[in-house]
Design a protein around this ligand. Structure first.
Ligand code: ZN
Length: 107
């Protein structure tokens, strides 16, 4: 979820909460790798609790997001490391397209 969404939810629990408290908390969780920032350029940064490496497929019309795992993408980080000589710390791949619902309403 985005910072704005997070702030809205947190405010329901604690109405006096300051936005700066949320940004500071997220920055701390990010520095300890407890949350991951996903940089979706057009939509702004989103944050997720750190989990197994996974990826996202995003609908460019309604912004529906589905998680994908490495095996669904056929992604093998060790193979990429062998081919590029990089050592990979984390990876997140974003695929963009049209969900089934938007494909139907687009036809
Ligand atoms: Zn859609």
């Amino acid at each position: 979820m985005s910072l704005a969404e997070l702030f809205e939810r947190a405010k329901q629990l604690s109405p006096t909460l300051a936005f700066s408290t949320v940004t500071r908390t997220i920055a701390r969780l990010e520095s300890t790798s407890e949350v991951t920032r996903i940089d979706w350029r057009e939509r702004g940064s989103h944050f997720e609790w750190a989990a197994d490496p996974h990826h996202h497929i995003v609908c460019r019309i309604c912004n529906t997001v589905r998680d994908l795992n490495d095996s669904e993408l056929g992604f093998d980080s060790r193979l990429v490391e062998q081919r590029t000589g990089f050592s990979i710390n984390r990876h997140s791949i974003e695929l963009v397209g049209l969900c089934q619902r938007c494909q139907r309403s687009n036809n």
